[in-house]
Design a binder for this molecule. Structure first.
Ligand code: FEO
Length: 404
């Protein structure tokens, strides 16, 4: 049994083989579903549950950590099913356990367990539970990354359970930051996790960091990946979150990205000419064209979401845009995409439905859809490539006009 202190046991379940989280997030390094048992002199609390798939394994670990005690509380810092899927099994095993969670989580957990009569103990920011010589203090941390999220703090141990905040989809059996073997992989996983999970909520990340730093924790125990410690990587993790969540500098170059797929090289030629047109119109802009065919879709998603404006290029196959482009669209940060300028281009053979389909989807996401779309039938001629340059320049000029 792993422990953080003599009063806090680790009951995490490791999932080293997971290669996809939430259907869309690639997880090359697996993950862990972290949970903990906190034993006061009077009461015992479980911190977070587990994925439903691992309910039995988790409950075995919990029983071992409890060592004959009965758990009094199950604290739910967040109700996404990777942490709440095993709540129903826990309630079955320990019917008298009291669920403790935020008001938003209390609504969710009834639907997740299908137990409409469930009455969790709802806590708000600053509330606490006395376990006997140990206190659980609850800190509201909304949008890190769901509205229901909270942190749980043990002041006597200077230990913060931070939910997904400062987590990583990373799986090594030696659960602490100072014992990581593949440090470079962890750094990659930490950034990918931030990009996929926290990046849409930059201002909330900054508020979460303020709250965390005010506590000055010795240990931060997230719900995925290694536990962070003062002598390990905690300060670096905080520093990274500060930098990544900061708004771009006012004088930063405008970032304009093109993402495309090309079946026979025709859409690729258009991408190159459009990029040239943008560069000619906005020489100070950072313009980059990305071929999606062999690209990591999560990385491309991060590129798109950090762009000030972007363009999507697709040929038409089966009366639609091609799957890599749709996969990228699925990566779009729907929270922050509103009013972001986007344009569409592509080569087609018969009917060319790809661009209208993409345009309609981006309009639904409330992006600022640029018209007209730039379409060429089959192979672009020299005149078409000149027109593509002018299309790119027009899009770029529109950005300047829109900003003024
Ligand atoms: Fe790890 Fe948002 O759940």
């Amino acid at each position: 049994m792993h422990t953080i202190t003599d009063k806090v046991s680790i009951t995490s379940v490791l999932n080293p083989n997971m290669r996809m989280f939430d259907v869309v997030m690639c997880t090359e390094y697996g993950s862990s579903y972290n949970s903990y048992v906190v034993a006061g002199t009077d009461k015992t609390a479980l911190i977070d549950a587990n994925h439903a798939t691992f309910a039995s394994e988790w409950l075995e670990k919990v029983a071992e950590a409890l060592d004959g005690r009965k758990p009094d509380y199950l604290v739910l810092n967040h109700t996404e099913p990777d942490h709440s899927g095993a709540v129903a099994a826990c309630l079955k095993r320990y019917p008298e356990i009291v669920l403790v969670c935020s008001a938003a989580a209390a609504i969710n957990i009834k639907e997740i367990t299908n137990l409409s009569a469930l009455e969790p103990q709802v806590v708000k920011d600053g509330d606490s539970l006395d376990l006997g010589e140990l206190t659980l203090r609850f800190i509201s941390a909304p949008f890190l990354h769901w509205p229901d999220t909270m942190f749980t703090w043990i002041p006597e141990q200077k230990l913060l359970f931070s939910c997904d905040f400062l987590g990583a989809h990373f799986c090594e059996p030696r659960l602490f930051d100072h014992r990581i073997v593949f440090a470079r992989d962890y750094t990659t996983a930490f950034k990918e996790y931030y990009d996929a999970i926290m990046a849409p909520f930059g201002p909330w990340v900054a508020k979460g960091l303020d709250k965390l730093e005010a506590l000055d924790p010795e240990v931060v125990a997230p719900s995925h990946g290694p536990i962070l410690t003062k002598r390990g990587r905690l300060a670096t993790g905080i520093e990274h979150y500060r930098a990544w969540s900061a708004p771009p500098a006012a004088d930063a170059p405008r970032k304009i990205s093109l993402f495309y797929c090309s079946a026979y090289g025709n859409t690729k030629k258009l991408a190159a000419s459009i990029a040239t047109g943008i560069r000619n119109a906005l020489p100070d802009a950072q313009v980059c064209a990305h071929d999606l065919v062999d690209a990591n879709v999560n990385c491309m998603g991060a590129e798109l979401n950090s762009s000030d404006a972007f363009l999507l290029g697709s040929p038409t196959l089966n009366r639609d845009a091609v799957p890599p482009v749709w996969n990228l669209v699925a990566e779009i940060d729907a929270v922050n995409i509103a009013k972001r300028p986007v344009a569409f281009f592509g080569s087609y053979g018969w009917s060319g439905e790809a661009l209208p389909a993409l345009s309609e989807r981006l309009a639904t996401l409330k992006a600022a859809v640029y018209e007209p779309q730039f379409r060429v039938r089959f192979v672009p001629s020299e005149d078409d490539l000149v027109a593509a340059e002018e299309f790119g320049a027009g899009f770029a000029r529109g950005l300047v006009a829109g900003a003024s």
